[in-house]
Design a protein around this ligand. Structure first.
Ligand code: CU
Length: 271
Protein backbone atom coordinates (compact mmCIF):
# COMPACT_ATOMS: atom_id res chain seq x y z
CA UNK A 1 0.00 0.00 0.00
CA UNK A 2 2.69 2.65 0.84
CA UNK A 3 4.52 1.85 -2.42
CA UNK A 4 1.31 2.36 -4.42
CA UNK A 5 0.87 5.78 -2.77
CA UNK A 6 4.50 6.70 -3.52
CA UNK A 7 3.99 5.75 -7.20
CA UNK A 8 0.84 7.90 -7.33
CA UNK A 9 2.78 10.81 -5.81
CA UNK A 10 5.56 10.38 -8.40
CA UNK A 11 2.98 10.91 -11.19
CA UNK A 12 1.28 13.86 -9.48
CA UNK A 13 4.68 15.38 -8.66
CA UNK A 14 5.91 14.98 -12.26
CA UNK A 15 2.82 16.71 -13.66
CA UNK A 16 3.06 19.53 -11.09
CA UNK A 17 6.78 19.93 -11.80
CA UNK A 18 6.00 20.28 -15.49
CA UNK A 19 3.52 23.09 -14.97
CA UNK A 20 5.46 24.90 -12.22
CA UNK A 21 9.00 24.40 -13.55
CA UNK A 22 10.98 27.56 -14.30
CA UNK A 23 13.15 25.67 -16.82
CA UNK A 24 11.46 25.98 -20.15
CA UNK A 25 12.25 27.06 -23.71
CA UNK A 26 13.77 30.51 -24.13
CA UNK A 27 11.36 32.82 -26.03
CA UNK A 28 11.73 31.87 -29.69
CA UNK A 29 13.29 34.32 -32.17
CA UNK A 30 13.11 32.44 -35.48
CA UNK A 31 10.69 30.66 -37.80
CA UNK A 32 11.49 27.26 -36.23
CA UNK A 33 8.41 26.89 -34.05
CA UNK A 34 8.18 23.45 -35.69
CA UNK A 35 11.18 22.34 -33.64
CA UNK A 36 9.32 23.20 -30.43
CA UNK A 37 6.24 21.38 -31.77
CA UNK A 38 8.18 18.15 -32.38
CA UNK A 39 9.75 18.34 -28.91
CA UNK A 40 6.29 18.92 -27.40
CA UNK A 41 4.79 15.95 -29.28
CA UNK A 42 7.59 13.69 -28.02
CA UNK A 43 7.22 15.14 -24.54
CA UNK A 44 3.45 14.54 -24.35
CA UNK A 45 3.64 11.00 -25.76
CA UNK A 46 6.48 9.90 -23.46
CA UNK A 47 4.88 11.77 -20.53
CA UNK A 48 1.52 10.05 -21.03
CA UNK A 49 3.18 6.62 -21.33
CA UNK A 50 5.26 7.30 -18.21
CA UNK A 51 2.16 8.26 -16.18
CA UNK A 52 0.20 5.27 -17.54
CA UNK A 53 2.95 2.74 -16.71
CA UNK A 54 3.55 4.10 -13.20
CA UNK A 55 -0.20 4.27 -12.43
CA UNK A 56 -0.63 0.73 -13.81
CA UNK A 57 2.07 -0.49 -11.40
CA UNK A 58 0.27 1.25 -8.52
CA UNK A 59 -3.03 -0.35 -9.60
CA UNK A 60 -1.44 -3.83 -9.73
CA UNK A 61 0.06 -3.38 -6.27
CA UNK A 62 -3.41 -2.59 -4.88
CA UNK A 63 -5.51 -4.98 -6.94
CA UNK A 64 -3.25 -8.05 -6.61
CA UNK A 65 -1.83 -7.51 -3.14
CA UNK A 66 -1.16 -10.44 -0.89
CA UNK A 67 -4.14 -12.17 0.71
CA UNK A 68 -3.94 -15.47 2.60
CA UNK A 69 -4.89 -18.35 0.34
CA UNK A 70 -4.75 -16.37 -2.97
CA UNK A 71 -2.63 -18.02 -5.70
CA UNK A 72 -1.11 -16.26 -8.70
CA UNK A 73 -2.35 -17.45 -12.12
CA UNK A 74 0.33 -18.22 -14.73
CA UNK A 75 -0.45 -16.91 -18.24
CA UNK A 76 2.61 -17.13 -20.52
CA UNK A 77 0.80 -16.06 -23.74
CA UNK A 78 -1.90 -13.54 -24.49
CA UNK A 79 -2.15 -12.81 -28.20
CA UNK A 80 -4.75 -10.05 -27.89
CA UNK A 81 -2.78 -8.16 -25.27
CA UNK A 82 0.48 -8.60 -27.19
CA UNK A 83 -1.13 -7.32 -30.41
CA UNK A 84 -2.46 -4.23 -28.68
CA UNK A 85 0.87 -3.51 -27.02
CA UNK A 86 2.74 -3.93 -30.33
CA UNK A 87 0.26 -1.72 -32.24
CA UNK A 88 0.21 0.94 -29.52
CA UNK A 89 4.02 1.07 -29.35
CA UNK A 90 4.34 1.26 -33.14
CA UNK A 91 1.81 4.12 -33.36
CA UNK A 92 3.51 6.00 -30.50
CA UNK A 93 7.01 5.66 -32.00
CA UNK A 94 5.76 6.64 -35.48
CA UNK A 95 3.99 9.70 -34.01
CA UNK A 96 7.29 10.79 -32.44
CA UNK A 97 9.46 10.18 -35.53
CA UNK A 98 7.26 11.26 -38.46
CA UNK A 99 6.97 14.99 -37.57
CA UNK A 100 10.77 15.17 -37.24
CA UNK A 101 11.22 13.89 -40.80
CA UNK A 102 8.86 16.57 -42.14
CA UNK A 103 10.63 19.32 -40.18
CA UNK A 104 14.06 18.05 -41.23
CA UNK A 105 13.10 18.22 -44.92
CA UNK A 106 12.06 21.85 -44.36
CA UNK A 107 15.18 22.62 -42.29
CA UNK A 108 17.65 21.77 -45.05
CA UNK A 109 15.62 23.14 -48.00
CA UNK A 110 16.96 26.68 -48.23
CA UNK A 111 14.35 29.04 -49.73
CA UNK A 112 15.26 30.95 -52.90
CA UNK A 113 16.47 34.42 -52.04
CA UNK A 114 18.12 33.49 -48.75
CA UNK A 115 21.40 35.30 -48.10
CA UNK A 116 24.37 33.03 -47.50
CA UNK A 117 26.36 33.73 -44.36
CA UNK A 118 29.34 31.62 -43.47
CA UNK A 119 30.12 30.72 -39.88
CA UNK A 120 33.62 29.42 -39.19
CA UNK A 121 34.38 27.62 -35.95
CA UNK A 122 37.91 27.41 -34.61
CA UNK A 123 39.23 26.49 -31.17
CA UNK A 124 37.73 28.51 -29.46
CA UNK A 125 36.18 31.38 -31.32
CA UNK A 126 33.69 32.23 -34.02
CA UNK A 127 34.30 34.06 -37.28
CA UNK A 128 31.80 35.05 -39.95
CA UNK A 129 31.89 35.84 -43.65
CA UNK A 130 29.16 37.71 -45.46
CA UNK A 131 28.89 38.27 -49.19
CA UNK A 132 29.95 41.70 -50.44
CA UNK A 133 28.19 43.76 -53.11
CA UNK A 134 28.19 40.87 -55.60
CA UNK A 135 26.02 38.87 -53.19
CA UNK A 136 28.28 35.83 -53.51
CA UNK A 137 30.84 34.20 -51.28
CA UNK A 138 34.19 33.26 -52.81
CA UNK A 139 35.59 29.75 -52.58
CA UNK A 140 37.52 28.85 -49.44
CA UNK A 141 39.85 26.09 -48.35
CA UNK A 142 41.55 25.47 -45.03
CA UNK A 143 44.85 25.05 -46.92
CA UNK A 144 44.76 28.79 -47.80
CA UNK A 145 44.70 29.86 -44.15
CA UNK A 146 47.53 32.23 -43.14
CA UNK A 147 48.05 35.36 -41.00
CA UNK A 148 46.26 37.71 -43.39
CA UNK A 149 43.73 35.12 -44.53
CA UNK A 150 42.39 33.56 -41.33
CA UNK A 151 39.38 31.95 -43.03
CA UNK A 152 41.28 30.47 -45.97
CA UNK A 153 39.50 32.38 -48.74
CA UNK A 154 40.78 31.52 -52.22
CA UNK A 155 42.80 34.65 -53.25
CA UNK A 156 42.29 33.80 -56.93
CA UNK A 157 38.49 33.74 -56.77
CA UNK A 158 37.16 37.21 -57.72
CA UNK A 159 33.91 36.49 -55.82
CA UNK A 160 35.87 36.41 -52.57
CA UNK A 161 37.55 39.86 -52.79
CA UNK A 162 34.60 41.84 -51.45
CA UNK A 163 33.57 39.23 -48.88
CA UNK A 164 33.06 40.82 -45.48
CA UNK A 165 35.00 39.18 -42.67
CA UNK A 166 34.05 39.41 -39.02
CA UNK A 167 36.77 37.92 -36.89
CA UNK A 168 35.83 37.24 -33.28
CA UNK A 169 33.13 39.93 -33.20
CA UNK A 170 29.34 40.01 -33.32
CA UNK A 171 27.34 38.68 -36.21
CA UNK A 172 24.52 41.00 -37.26
CA UNK A 173 21.48 39.77 -39.21
CA UNK A 174 18.51 41.68 -40.61
CA UNK A 175 15.17 40.77 -39.07
CA UNK A 176 12.60 38.97 -41.24
CA UNK A 177 15.05 37.92 -43.98
CA UNK A 178 15.86 34.25 -44.60
CA UNK A 179 19.52 33.43 -44.17
CA UNK A 180 21.39 30.24 -45.09
CA UNK A 181 24.13 29.52 -42.58
CA UNK A 182 27.07 27.72 -44.17
CA UNK A 183 29.08 26.07 -41.43
CA UNK A 184 32.80 25.37 -41.59
CA UNK A 185 35.39 24.33 -39.05
CA UNK A 186 39.14 24.88 -39.29
CA UNK A 187 40.14 22.27 -36.73
CA UNK A 188 37.77 19.98 -34.81
CA UNK A 189 34.01 19.44 -34.73
CA UNK A 190 32.09 22.48 -33.42
CA UNK A 191 28.37 23.22 -33.46
CA UNK A 192 26.85 26.65 -34.06
CA UNK A 193 23.87 27.02 -31.75
CA UNK A 194 21.71 30.02 -30.83
CA UNK A 195 19.07 28.68 -28.42
CA UNK A 196 16.50 31.34 -29.39
CA UNK A 197 16.79 30.26 -33.04
CA UNK A 198 16.10 26.61 -32.10
CA UNK A 199 18.54 25.55 -34.82
CA UNK A 200 21.98 23.99 -34.67
CA UNK A 201 24.23 21.76 -36.65
CA UNK A 202 27.68 20.23 -36.30
CA UNK A 203 30.51 21.83 -38.28
CA UNK A 204 32.71 19.12 -39.74
CA UNK A 205 36.33 19.91 -40.73
CA UNK A 206 36.66 19.50 -44.49
CA UNK A 207 33.00 19.96 -45.38
CA UNK A 208 30.35 22.65 -45.37
CA UNK A 209 27.19 21.84 -43.45
CA UNK A 210 24.22 24.19 -43.51
CA UNK A 211 20.74 25.10 -42.38
CA UNK A 212 18.58 28.14 -42.80
CA UNK A 213 16.39 30.34 -40.65
CA UNK A 214 14.52 33.62 -40.63
CA UNK A 215 15.13 35.73 -37.51
CA UNK A 216 11.71 36.94 -36.38
CA UNK A 217 12.57 39.28 -33.52
CA UNK A 218 15.21 41.96 -32.99
CA UNK A 219 17.58 41.59 -30.07
CA UNK A 220 20.91 40.29 -28.98
CA UNK A 221 21.29 36.52 -28.67
CA UNK A 222 24.08 34.36 -27.31
CA UNK A 223 25.91 31.87 -29.51
CA UNK A 224 27.02 28.63 -27.89
CA UNK A 225 29.23 25.88 -29.20
CA UNK A 226 27.11 22.75 -28.80
CA UNK A 227 29.83 20.17 -29.43
CA UNK A 228 32.57 19.42 -26.91
CA UNK A 229 35.63 20.78 -28.75
CA UNK A 230 38.43 20.94 -26.22
CA UNK A 231 39.32 22.71 -22.97
CA UNK A 232 38.04 26.11 -24.21
CA UNK A 233 34.65 24.71 -25.24
CA UNK A 234 32.64 26.41 -22.42
CA UNK A 235 34.14 29.80 -23.40
CA UNK A 236 33.35 29.43 -27.09
CA UNK A 237 30.60 32.03 -26.98
CA UNK A 238 29.51 34.79 -29.30
CA UNK A 239 26.70 37.19 -29.99
CA UNK A 240 24.20 37.49 -32.83
CA UNK A 241 22.45 40.85 -33.13
CA UNK A 242 19.18 40.82 -35.06
CA UNK A 243 18.19 44.32 -36.15
CA UNK A 244 16.22 46.35 -38.68
CA UNK A 245 17.51 46.34 -42.27
CA UNK A 246 18.84 49.96 -42.10
CA UNK A 247 20.82 49.27 -38.92
CA UNK A 248 22.14 46.07 -40.46
CA UNK A 249 23.32 47.89 -43.59
CA UNK A 250 25.03 50.55 -41.44
CA UNK A 251 26.86 47.83 -39.51
CA UNK A 252 27.79 45.96 -42.70
CA UNK A 253 29.32 49.09 -44.25
CA UNK A 254 31.73 49.39 -41.31
CA UNK A 255 33.11 45.86 -41.63
CA UNK A 256 36.35 44.88 -43.24
CA UNK A 257 36.43 43.10 -46.60
CA UNK A 258 38.88 40.36 -47.53
CA UNK A 259 40.62 42.76 -49.95
CA UNK A 260 41.09 45.38 -47.21
CA UNK A 261 42.41 42.72 -44.89
CA UNK A 262 45.04 41.67 -47.44
CA UNK A 263 46.10 45.22 -48.35
CA UNK A 264 48.54 45.87 -45.46
CA UNK A 265 50.32 42.61 -46.19
CA UNK A 266 50.71 43.47 -49.87
CA UNK A 267 52.07 46.93 -49.00
CA UNK A 268 54.53 45.25 -46.66
CA UNK A 269 55.68 42.85 -49.36
CA UNK A 270 56.38 45.73 -51.78
CA UNK A 271 58.61 47.61 -49.34
CU1 CU B 1 33.52 24.54 -30.35
Amino acid sequence: MPIAIVLGLVVVGSVLFHFLSPWWFTPIASNWGYIDDTINITFWITGAVFAAVVLFMAYCLLRFRHKPGRRAAYEPENRRLESWLAIGTAVGVAAMLAPGLVVWAHFIRVPAGATSVEVVGQQWQWAYRLPGKDGRLGAADTREVNDTNPLGIDPNDPNGRDDVIVQGGELHLPVGKPVALLLRSLDVVHDFFVPEFRAKMDMIPGSVTYYWLTPTRTGSFEVLCAELCGVGHPYMRGTVVVEAEADYQAWLAQQQTFEQMQAPAQTGALN
